[in-house]
Design a protein around this ligand. Structure first.
Ligand code: NI
Ligand code: MN
Length: 226
């Protein structure tokens, strides 16, 4: 599996010959100005919730690539009205796609689409196949529901957790989340994009290493292989 960071909460996962893009917010992110959205290839686009900093480039990339959207019922319906194909899910449900199984799991946050349309309840995704099992938490607080993930899904290869605090978990909660989900390899996201979520990388890395958790804070465009 290859995973590429496109800034904020946007990742591209390549597995089983398919390209899975999560929460594309690129053209509005000055830190990601080196990323060209018309060069991104995607077979599926996952949206955790309706906020602008997660969906901004979804329509354009979906129309460029013909990718299928995967999100909750409200968000997929909103995009279907714009001519983007999608597969609606909701909390607690899982579905076997061609690249693996996707489970839509709880997140504690809010969700509204850019034009004010109700965005349903926000969520996270667990994606697994023979090669990997990855949890992308989306924007969320720490929640006891995370303890259900190791009970209901295969052992995690890695988890992508927000660590920037203010709008989501900060480092303390993310380190506890690693314990709740029984995963020792964490990729941090949702930091540095806006002033309230600026982090001190050294401090955050030290906090995780003191707890024996492997924290990766990727650089934009950095590609990791697992
Ligand atoms: Ni949000
Ligand atoms: Mn966000």
């Amino acid at each position: 599996m290859k995973i590429t960071y496109y800034g904020h909460a946007c990742f591209l996962i390549e597995t089983q010959g398919k390209k899975l893009l999560f929460d594309p917010f690129i053209s509005g992110n000055p830190l990601a100005k080196e990323v060209m959205i018309n060069q991104i290839e995607a077979d599926y686009i996952f949206l955790t919730h309706g906020h602008q900093d997660h969906v901004l480039d979804a329509e354009e990339i979906a129309k460029n690539t013909g990718a299928t959207l995967i999100s909750n019922f409200e968000i997929v319906s909103w995009y279907q009205n714009k001519g983007v194909e999608g597969h609606p899910m909701n909390h607690g449900g899982k579905y076997p796609f061609e690249f693996g199984t996707v489970k839509y799991v709880s997140a504690i946050h809010s969700s509204v689409l850019p034009d004010g349309t109700y965005g349903g309840n926000p969520g996270g995704f667990v994606v697994w196949n023979e090669e990997i099992c990855v949890y992308l938490a989306g924007d969320t607080a720490l929640t006891y529901d995370m303890k259900l993930i190791p009970e209901l899904c295969p052992p995690l290869t890695l988890a992508v957790l927000p660590i920037g605090d203010n709008f989501t978990m900060g480092m303390e909660e993310a380190a506890l989340a690693a314990d709740y989900i029984a995963c020792n390899t964490i990729v941090g996201c949702h930091f540095d994009t806006f002033p309230p979520i600026a982090i001190d990388r050294q401090k955050v890395k030290a906090y995780f290493s003191e707890r024996n958790i492997n924290l990766i804070l990727p650089e934009i465009k950095e590609q990791l292989t697992f």
